[in-house]
Structures are given as structure tokens and as C-alpha cells.
Ligand binder design. Structure first.
Ligand SMILES: NC(=O)c1ccc[n+]([C@@H]2O[C@H](COP(=O)([O-])OP(=O)(O)OC[C@H]3O[C@@H](n4cnc5c(N)ncnc54)[C@H](OP(=O)(O)O)[C@@H]3O)[C@@H](O)[C@H]2O)c1
Length: 271
């Protein structure tokens, strides 16, 4: 469906909903009058209405009835109650998008008695600066066209990939938890800079921009990171001396173990 013709309803007006609102409105993907947000806190809705000039409601039934695409953005623990509540008003014509971590398409489908076309999305916290790495998967009854609609919507808050649902735990361990790994690395780089005499502010700026620049190089050139690494390691130079220490300390293995542990935990939480 053309995004301009979408009537989008967002249930749960929290942090992630705000990021998505900011993204889709600033990209011009959906206009204010084709959007509604619901939340259980009137004060929160007042804030969203004043900030984004979008219609809001405390009534989830009203939102579902007046929207063709419903983005569910409540916490995973609130999903069961919400699905039970909106089940009465959902029908097969509704496209249901869920970002609730760990809640499977099957659980959503069961909660809606098999009604609706379902797509699950796993964004990450960088949605706040419209740089999310989001993965989408196709659920029951949803069509490739629905997936395209969802993909376009989430491109308003960053980059998207499509995976099979069985890989959503892998996504959670990599890009869902990933920003925290990078925060830790940037913090460590900044500490190292301070230890070598830089001010905290300068060290942090250099560390964060270095991560950002390196990521941009990979994304913009399409080069393999290993090849880029080889390009900056001159014989007998400083960088290979640093790389040698990282390899001796098995940093590569530690990062792989960290992602594996997060994937395992995601599977445990989902069962
Ligand atoms: N934040 C992230 O970085 C991130 C990343 C990936 C995925 N996600 C997923 O995104 C979803 C939202 O996360 P968030 O951080 O934005 O949560 P949040 O800030 O807590 O926002 C959720 C909002 O929905 C409200 N709510 C709860 N039940 C409701 C209902 N039945 N009807 C209407 N509103 C309801 C909540 O009110 P109460 O506070 O009273 O419950 C809260 O205002 C979660 O499922 C999370 O797994 C988040």
C-alpha cells in the first residue's frame, strides 16, 4: 500500500513510538491527519499531541476501528492484555505491526484469534536519532506487499533488513543489544584516551566519531571490514601493534561470545 494512503494507528505512546512518530513525520511518509496514537496516560498523549500535532485517544478500540495499519508499541508484558482487549475490534483487513521484543507472530495471532495480517519488527535504540538497525519478519496472513509497507515505514527511523522469524533471536542478540556493546567500546576507548592525557570530552568525541566514521566507511564503500583493516595497518606501524594486543586478548572471540549469550537469553525469554 502507498504510505500516503495509510491510516496509521500507534498503540502505546512511549519512547519507541515517539521515535517512530518523529521519523515518519519528518520523512513525510505519513501526514499528521492520517495518524492516531493511543496510550493509557492522558498526560503522555497531551505531550505527543502538542509535540507532533497528531490526533490522540485513550481508547484503543477507537484507534483500531479508524486505522488500517496498527503499530503495537507497548512493553512485551502488556501485550497479552492488549491483544485480548483489541481482539474484539480487529478484523482480517487490519495490518498489525508489532515491535514488542520476544513476542512471536504466533503469540500475536493467537491473541487475535487468527485475525489480522501480522508483521514483527525489531528496531534498536538508535531509532532515537533515526539510525536504527531494524529487522522485519513476515507473520501469518501478511503479504510481501504488507512487508514492503512496513519496511518503508521503518526506513524512516534507519536501515532495515528482512529475516525469517526464527532468526529474530539472532537479530536481538546482534543489533537489538548491539548499541550497548558499542557504548562499552566507546567508553573504553575514551578511558584509554584519558589515560594517555586527553581530556574526557576530547577523548569521547574522538572515540564516538571514530566508531561512526568506521561504520560509515563500511556502509558507504561496501568493503569488507577485514579489507579496510588491512588498508590501515602499515608494516611495523602503530595500528598493527594495537591489533596484535586485541587478538592476543581474544577480543574477537569475546564479542562473538557476547552476541551468542544474548541470542541464548533472547530464546530463553521467548519460551
Ligand atoms: N526502547 C527500545 O530501544 C526498544 C528497542 C526495540 C524494541 N522495543 C520494543 O518497543 C516496545 C515499546 O518500548 P518503549 O521503550 O517505547 O516502552 P514505553 O516507553 O514503556 O512505552 C509504552 C507505552 O505504552 C503504554 N501502554 C501500556 N499498555 C497499554 C495499553 N494497553 N494501551 C495503550 N497504551 C499502553 C505504556 O504505559 P505504562 O507505562 O503505564 O505501561 C507506555 O506509555 C516494547 O515492546 C519494546 O520491546 C523497544
Amino acid at each position: 500500500m502507498d504510505l500516503q494512503n495509510l491510516q496509521l494507528g500507534i498503540i502505546g505512546g512511549g519512547a519507541m513510538a515517539e521515535n517512530i512518530l518523529k521519523g515518519v513525520l519528518s520523512a513525510g511518509f505519513v501526514s499528521e491527519d492520517r495518524l492516531t496514537v493511543s496510550d493509557c496516560h492522558a498526560q503522555r498523549l497531551t505531550y505527543l499531541k502538542e509535540t507532533f500535532r497528531v490526533p490522540t485517544t485513550l481508547d484503543n478500540h477507537e484507534l483500531v476501528k479508524t486505522s488500517d495499519t496498527i503499530l503495537i508499541a507497548v512493553k512485551p508484558q502488556n501485550m497479552k492484555g492488549l491483544l485480548k482487549d483489541i481482539n474484539q475490534v480487529v478484523d482480517d483487513k487490519k495490518l498489525i505491526l508489532s515491535i514488542a521484543a520476544g513476542i512471536t507472530c504466533q503469540t500475536i495471532s493467537e491473541g487475535l484469534s487468527g485475525k489480522g495480517r501480522i508483521i514483527r519488527i525489531m528496531p534498536n535504540i538508535a531509532a532515537k536519532v533515526l539510525e536504527s538497525a531494524s529487522a522485519l519478519c513476515l507473520g501469518p496472513a501478511a503479504s510481501p506487499e504488507d512487508l514492503e509497507t512496513a519496511k518503508q515505514l521503518f526506513e524512516a527511523i534507519g536501515k532495515t533488513v528482512v529475516v525469517d522469524e526464527e532468526l529474530m533471536d539472532a537479530v536481538t542478540g546482534l543489533s537489538g543489544s548491539g548499541p550497548a556493546y558499542i557504548f562499552l567500546i566507546v567508553d573504553a576507548l575514551a578511558d584509554a584516551g584519558v589515560r594517555s592525557g586527553l581530556s574526557r570530552r576530547t577523548a569521547l568525541q574522538l572515540a564516538a566519531q571514530t566508531c561512526f566514521g568506521a561504520a560509515q566507511l563500511i556502509l558507504q564503500t561496501g568493503e569488507l571490514p577485514a579489507k579496510l583493516k588491512d588498508q590501515v595497518t602499515s608494516p611495523g606501524g602503530t595500528t598493527i601493534a594495537g591489533i596484535h594486543v586485541l587478538e592476543k586478548k581474544a577480543v574477537r572471540g569475546a564479542i562473538m561470545d557476547a552476541v551468542e549469550a544474548a541470542v541464548k537469553r533472547s530464546k530463553e525469554l521467548g519460551t
